[in-house]
Write a protein that binds this ligand. Structure first.
Ligand SMILES: Nc1ncnc2c1ncn2[C@@H]1O[C@H](COP(=O)(O)OP(=O)(O)OP(=O)(O)O)[C@@H](O)[C@H]1O
Ligand SMILES: [Mg+2]
Length: 129
């Protein structure tokens, strides 16, 4: 099995009761460990797919055929929020398109201001006690 294996991913953004955006539709993805993948074309649902594969967002449930999302052999579609957070904190890493930093702070100060230090940063030189 590939490192990331997804089948039949759908993502519907519900803007209101009658207004929905259907992003992903019947998407299958397979990425081997160590494989480098690029996704190109403007507005082809790249971010949506990456957010789902990165466990930031969830795909639609109750699809037919049933969707599945496996990462490193783990059925991540069935994980709790807490378990998803733990996976994001350790084996995963993101470089965001927009950095979501706090304006008056440097990148390091922003990270230090977080209540829970992200994995690995606790050993950074110069960290305040
Ligand atoms: N939070 C959201 N709420 C509603 N619609 C959204 C949301 N995020 C994305 N969309 C819509 O989903 C579709 C796919 O957007 P997405 O950002 O995944 O595409 P993209 O390929 O990353 O685009 P870009 O090339 O601009 O980076 C678009 O129609 C977009 O407007
Ligand atoms: Mg994008």
């Amino acid at each position: 099995m590939a490192f990331l294996e997804a089948q039949n991913l759908h993502k519907t953004y519900r803007l209101s009761r009658h207004n929905v955006v259907r992003a992903l539709c019947e998407v299958d993805v397979s990425v081997e460990a160590g494989e480098m993948v690029g996704i190109y074309r403007t507005a082809c649902d790249k971010s949506t797919l990456i957010h789902i594969g990165g466990l930031l967002h969830s795909p639609d449930k109750n699809t037919y055929p049933p969707m599945s999302l496996m990462i490193d052999g783990i059925d991540v579609a069935g994980l709790s929020d807490r378990a998803r957070t733990q996976m994001r904190a350790k084996p995963m890493g993101f470089v965001f398109q927009g950095f979501n930093m706090l304006f008056a702070m440097t990148a390091l100060e922003t990270l230090r201001s977080l209540p829970n230090m992200p994995a690995g940063l606790g050993t950074m030189p110069g960290r305040r006690p």
